[in-house]
Write a protein that binds this ligand. Sequence first.
Ligand code: URA
Length: 228
Amino acid sequence: MDIIKYLQAQGIGSRKECRELVRDGRVLINGAVPAEHIDEHGVETLHINETAYGVMTLPYFYLALHKPENVETSHKPSHYPSVFSLLPANVQRLKIQAVGRLDADTTGVLIITNDGSFNHRLTAAKNQVPKTYRVTLKHPADDDLCTRLRAGVLLADEQETVAAAEAVLTDAHTLHMTITSGKYHQVKRMIAAAGNRVEKLHRTLFGQLTADDLPVGQWRRITPDEVW
Ligand code: URA
C-alpha cells in the first residue's frame, strides 16, 4: 500500500501533511524509515516525530474499551467528555462508532469500530446478542426479583413485556443479568419495573467479550470473533 495513503487511513493527517512527514523522515514503521510502498498487514509500530501511535488494522478495526463513569457514548456529548476522547488522536479522526450505547454513569465493556456492518450485526434485534450486566441494587432483593425479571416485566411506555435471558443474585444487593435486546435504559427500566432501583451498572460481557481485564479507561484491539 502507498505509504501516504496508509498514513491517511490511520488518521495521521491530510495527504499534504502525510507527504511532508514522510519527506522529512519523521515517520518510522517498525522502527525504520518506510519505503514508498509498505505491507499494511506487517505494521507493528508507527512512530511520528518519535511519538508512538495506535496502529489500526485496515480497512476495519475493532476496539474494546473499559468505559469509565462520567463519559458519554456520543460524538457530541452534552455534559461529560466523549468516550472517544479516550482514544488516540489519530483514531478519533477516523469514522468510528460505538456498538450500542452505555449511559454516562454505566461502566464496563464498550466496543468501538469503523465496520458498520459488524456494528449492525451486533445490534440487530433478530441476532439477540447477549449483554451481561452487574447491577448494584438500591434495595435488598431475593430470588423473587430474578423470577420476575426472567418471566418478563412491562416497561413504562411499552406494549410488550421484556424478559431477562439470565438473572442471578450473588448477594442481596448484587444482580447479574443478561439481556438480548438493547432498548433505551433497558436495565434500569427493567429493574424499576420489577420494583427495585439501580445504584450502579457495569457491563461485564458483550457477547463473549469482557473489558474487566483492562484498567478503567483503557482499550485494546480485538478481533470480531472475540465478540460473537
Ligand atoms: N441499560 C441501561 O439502563 N443503561 C445502560 O447503560 C445499559 C443498559
